[in-house]
Design a protein around this ligand. Structure first.
Ligand code: B16
Ligand code: MG
Length: 218
């Protein structure tokens, strides 16, 4: 029986990727290094410090001492936090409130497996915290996606068996993490990028509790 659905945040519950992009772009401009929306695609689902490494890649700044890198990441995060302060319930992606209500009515738990240290703040801003029975804290984990650790942690916090869960992700590394956790995976985006998922939908508006139950049964 399907016990829980475990969600990624950015790109699935809300689109904070745009704010991440704007904050990284501003930092790169300030540092005088090239950055683009295309490069930003590689940062999706990747931790803050790993993202910085990708931003600095190919520049001399990649050789900066760790303390300096931490300072740059903090600078980006301050700017990002300033922007996400504007997030409100209207920023929930299409179909998500209905899906979370419907899961709750059916007694299916919802968990969050986001690599973002800002996830609890964003859930509050969205008015979405009430839907989630568990939020895995990425600060407590050793490995990021594609490692399954964060999805396994969310299942553990919910008190459910991974095999009785479905994970929902918009990033390829996230889909790999879900499958490695022994869960069924739903990818939101292009089938080309998320081919490893058991079901790929082009938008969250296509998600429904019935589709998830069908996927689980099939
Ligand atoms: P922060 P997700 C991820 O969120 C983002 O996709 C990724 O771009 C970001 O670098 C990462 O969170 C860390 O975010 O700097 O706020 O800790 O997709 O796993 O929900
Ligand atoms: Mg994501």
């Amino acid at each position: 029986q399907l016990q829980a659905v475990i969600f990624d945040l950015d790109g699935v519950i809300t689109d904070s990727a745009e704010y991440h992009y704007l904050a990284w772009q501003a930092l790169a401009d300030e540092l005088g290094i090239p950055f683009s929306r295309e490069k930003n695609e590689r940062l999706k689902g990747v931790s803050r410090m790993e993202s910085l490494e990708i931003v600095l890649e190919g520049s001399r700044l990649a050789l900066l001492p760790e303390a300096e890198k931490l300072r740059l990441a903090e600078k980006k995060n301050d700017h990002y936090k300033e922007m996400i302060g504007r997030i409100n319930p209207a920023d929930l992606l299409p179909g998500i409130p209905e899906l979370l209500d419907s899961l709750r009515e059916r007694g299916i738990s919802a968990g969050l497996a986001s690599a973002s240290l800002n996830a609890p703040l964003i859930l509050e801003r969205l008015g979405a915290a009430r839907w989630f029975q568990a939020v895995a804290d990425p600060a407590e984990l050793r490995k990021g996606k594609p490692d399954p650790e964060i999805f396994l942690k969310a299942a553990e916090l919910l008190g459910v068996t991974p095999g009785n869960c479905i994970g929902v992700e918009d990033a390829a590394a996230g889909v790999v993490a879900i499958k490695a956790a022994g869960m069924k995976a739903v990818g939101i985006g292009s089938a080309q990028q998320l081919g490893a998922a058991d079901l790929v939908l082009s938008s969250t508006s296509e998600l429904s509790a019935l589709k998830l139950l069908e996927l689980y049964a099939g």
